[in-house]
Write a protein that binds this ligand. Structure first.
Ligand code: ZN
Ligand code: ZN
Ligand code: ZN
Length: 365
């Protein structure tokens, strides 16, 4: 483990050198576990990794949380602070003289506000420019972890499509609780979300599963995922509770074609925005363009949503090891909605979908 973290820190220091960053400060968020294996508790006491461009990294941690950290000599020095210390003053000392300081996106505003007076000469910028490009490119072990999490949610999607998870007569919230239990039973440590949206509710892409009872002859959209051994899963499948309505079937055929075309377009070297454009074009040509209201996808890894974003305006070319969702949708307000989502890894021999659960709209009952 230490060797992975040492290698990552080396690459981070190289990126800091290229970008003229003197000190990197990471707190709450996933850059910290990426570099150290430790996820800070999202509480009011400051946990902060201080990485000078040249020099040893220090993990400043509340003394009562220090036993949670596995020491990694050579990676970072552990520095516990006491209840009466001012931790931001300690960071100010460790980073003294820094001109440019990069801070993690999810570091709380209060910590940054308290830090500024302790580093009066510093210019602050986002650490995502330093750590993001490294995190985006997954290594073998990370891809294996994404694949394992993906296979787990594929099995749940399979159960949904086989009719093993009862739908009609139950509330969205009950089905969501079912999916959540299965996410844990399939080996995830954490449920990140389990969207269940029936009929007209499916037209709201981030619908919160509620008291709506699922009826016969409607679409049910399920978008769910969790975290397994640090890495996230995320899949969307729709099923229809009866004989599929012809209008829904026609739209779904378009969605299915668009999703497959976007996946196929996700080759190494293709700009992210082109992957979006391919599927969006198919949906627009079929007359549903105004109903596809979000980007095609997001990167995935330690976080459910991270770089690279598959969105118009992102000209960054895909590289081998990039992992992201391809999830076009069609949402007709007041009527129905549908989305089809797989996680895909860009590889030199072509796009490799992590998910393989049936892509058709399946009739259940
Ligand atoms: Zn989403
Ligand atoms: Zn999803
Ligand atoms: Zn997603």
């Amino acid at each position: 483990m230490s060797q992975i973290h040492l290698d990552r820190l080396d690459r981070v220091r190289a990126a800091m050198g290229e970008q003229g960053v003197d000190t990197l400060l990471l707190s709450v968020g996933h850059d910290l576990p990426y570099l150290t294996g430790y996820l800070a508790m999202p509480l009011e006491r400051l946990t902060m990794l201080v990485v000078p461009r040249d020099g040893d990294a220090t993990l400043l941690i509340p003394r009562l949380e220090a036993p949670r950290v596995e020491p990694q000599p050579g990676v970072f020095e552990l520095e516990p602070w006491d209840e009466t210390d001012d931790p931001t003053a300690i960071v100010g000392r460790l980073a003294a003289g820094s001109g440019t300081v990069a801070v993690g996106d999810q570091m709380w505003a209060r910590f940054l506000v308290e830090l500024i007076p302790h580093l009066p000469a510093a210019t602050f910028r986002r650490a995502v420019d330093v750590v993001g490009p490294l995190r985006m490119t997954k290594d073998r072990a990370e891809i294996d972890a994404l694949a394992a999490a993906g296979a787990a949610v594929d099995r749940i999607a399979g159960a949904l499509q086989a009719g093993t998870i009862p739908l009609v007569g139950r509330t969205e919230a009950e089905v969501s609780a079912d999916l959540s239990a299965r996410i844990l039973a399939e080996g995830h440590q954490k449920v990140n979300f389990a969207i269940v949206a029936a009929g007209e509710n499916a037209a709201s892409p981030h619908h919160h599963a509620g008291s709506r009872v699922i009826r016969e002859d409607e679409i049910v959209l399920c978008d769910f995922g969790g975290t397994m051994d640090g890495y996230c899963s995320d899949i969307t499948r729709c099923v229809f509770t009866g004989d599929i309505d012809p209008e829904v079937a026609e739209a779904y055929a378009v969605l299915h074609e668009a999703q497959a075309a976007s996946v196929a377009a996700a080759t190494v070297g293709t700009p992210c925005e082109d992957v979006d454009r391919v599927g969006r074009g198919i949906i627009a040509d079929a007359g549903y363009g105004e109903y596809f209201v979000h980007r095609t996808g997001h990167g995935i890894g330690l976080e459910e949503h991270e770089d690279p974003y598959i969105v118009d305006g992102n000209a960054m070319p895909l590289a081998a090891g990039h992992a992201f969702s391809v999830e076009p949708g069609i949402y007709v307000p007041g009527k129905w909605g549908m989305r089809l989502e797989d996680i895909v890894v860009a590889a030199d021999d072509g796009p490799r979908p992590v998910n393989s659960a049936e892509h058709d709209l399946v009739s259940v009952g």
